[in-house]
Design a protein around this ligand. Structure first.
Ligand code: CUA
Length: 349
C-alpha cells in the first residue's frame, strides 16, 4: 500500500516530461534516434524480465501458500544444477543482446565529426549561468541560442569557464559534462532534416540559478544559416539616439559585444532581438512568435533593470540607468534583429 503513492508520484513526474522540444523520447536526427533505439531495447528487455519474474513470484505465492491445518515443514531443497544453469544462461543471453548493439553504437557515435568538411564545429563554453557558442570555422560567436543548419553533423567541443556544468539537448543528443581547466569534452550529433527549435538544459548542479541555465538549439535551413553567419559578421548596429548609443557603449559594451564592437567576455548580444528568450528564460516579447498586443520589450527591460531578481547569482551587475536610458536600451536590443530566418521557422511552433 505504501508503494501506491510512490508509483503515482513517478507517473506524475514522467508525465511532466511531455514537452516535445525537451524530450529524449522525441528523438530528432540520426544520433538521437540511435540513442533512443538503445533505450527502447533495454526497456523491452527489462519489461520482459519484470513480467516473467513477477509471474513466477505470484504463482509461487499463491500455489504454495500455507493452507489451514497444514503445519508440515515443506520439502527442503538445496542446490539444483539444472535451475542454476538456466538462471545463469538466460541473463547472459540478455546481456549479449543488450551489449552488442550498445558497443556498436558507442563506437559509431564517437566518430570524430570535426574531420568531416561538411560538419559544423562548435566550441561550447558554459558560464554561470549562460552558454557561449563559438564557430571557429566561421569566425562567429554567439550566446544562448545555437543556430545550426538542417541535416548537418555537429561536432561539439565543450568546456567550462568556471564550475562544472553539463550540456544537454534532450531531443538531439545525450549530455556531456563541461569541465573547467582546459579539459575539453567532445560530443557529436546530427540535426534533423527539418527546421525546429529544441530546448537545452544545464544538467549539472552549478549554483543558485542552475535550473534557469537554459539554451535553445535553432535548426534552420541552409540559406537561413548562411544569412545568419553573414549577418553576425556584419558591422555593429548601435542605438539611433546618440545619448542612448553613448550610454550603451560606455555601460554595456565594456563587457558585451555587438557585431565588431565591445568586449568578448560576456554574452554576445548581436541579433538579440531574434532570440526566443532573454537571459535564456524570459520570453522575448519582441519576438513575433510571442508578441502580444501592447507588450514590447518588457522582459528585456525587466532583465536589465534587475538581473539578480531574474537569475540569482549571475555575473551581470545592476547598472545605474535612468528610466529613459533603461527604456531606450531595452528597445534598441529588442529591435536588434538580423532577419535571417526563412518563413517556415518563424511560423513553426
Ligand atoms: Cu550550469 Cu547547472
Amino acid at each position: 500500500k505504501r508503494l501506491l503513492p510512490l508509483m503515482a508520484g513517478v507517473v506524475l513526474l514522467l508525465s511532466a516530461c511531455g514537452r516535445a522540444d525537451l524530450s529524449t523520447l522525441n528523438p530528432q536526427g540520426a544520433v538521437a534516434q540511435e540513442q533512443f533505439n538503445l533505450m527502447k531495447l533495454s526497456f523491452i528487455i527489462m519489461l520482459l524480465v519484470v513480467i516473467v519474474v513477477f509471474a513466477i513470484a505470484i504463482y509461487v505465492l499463491v500455489r504454495f501458500r500455507r493452507r489451514p491445518g497444514d503445519n508440515k515443514i515443506p520439502v527442503q531443497v538445496e542446490g539444483n544444477h539444472k535451475l542454476e544453469i538456466i538462471w545463469t544462461v538466460i541473463p547472459l543471453i540478455l546481456l549479449v543482446i543488450l551489449g552488442v548493439p550498445t558497443i556498436q553504437s558507442v563506437f559509431a557515435l564517437s566518430q570524430d565529426y570535426s574531420k568531416d568538411p561538411k560538419a559544423v564545429v562548435v566550441n561550447v563554453t558554459s558560464h554561470q549561468y549562460w552558454w557561449e557558442f563559438e564557430y571557429p570555422g566561421l569566425g562567429v560567436k554567439t550566446a544562448q541560442e545555437l543556430v545550426v543548419p538542417i541535416g548537418t553533423k555537429i561536432a561539439v567541443e565543450a568546456k567550462s569557464a568556471d564550475v562544472l556544468h553539463s550540456f544537454w539537448i534532450p531531443a538531439l543528443a545525450g549530455k556531456i559534462d563541461t569541465n573547467p581547466g582546459g579539459n575539453v569534452n567532445r560530443m557529436y550529433f546530427e540535426t534533423p532534416a527539418k527546421e525546429g527549435i529544441f530546448l537545452g538544459k544545464c544538467a549539472e548542479l552549478c549554483g543558485p540559478s542552475h535550473s534557469l541555465m537554459d539554451f535553445k538549439v535553432k535548426v534552420v535551413d541552409q540559406a537561413s544559416f548562411d544569412n545568419w553567419v553573414a549577418a553576425m559578421k556584419a558591422p555593429a548596429v548601435l542605438p539611433e539616439d546618440p545619448a542612448i548609443a553613448q550610454k550603451f557603449q560606455s555601460q554595456c559594451l565594456s563587457c558585451h559585444a555587438v557585431g565588431d564592437m565591445g568586449g568578448p567576455a560576456f554574452p554576445n548580444l548581436t541579433g538579440i532581438g531574434d532570440r526566443e528568450t532573454v537571459g535564456g528564460i524570459l520570453v522575448n516579447t519582441e519576438n513575433p512568435k510571442y508578441q502580444n498586443e501592447g507588450s514590447t520589450y518588457d522582459n528585456l527591460y525587466r532583465w536589465i533593470k534587475d538581473p539578480q531578481a531574474v537569475k540569482p547569482g549571475n555575473q551581470m551587475p545592476k547598472i545605474d540607468l535612468t528610466e529613459q536610458e533603461l527604456a531606450g536600451i531595452s528597445k534598441y536590443l529588442a529591435e536588434y534583429k538580423l532577419n535571417y530566418e526563412s518563413e517556415t521557422l518563424a511560423n513553426n511552433d
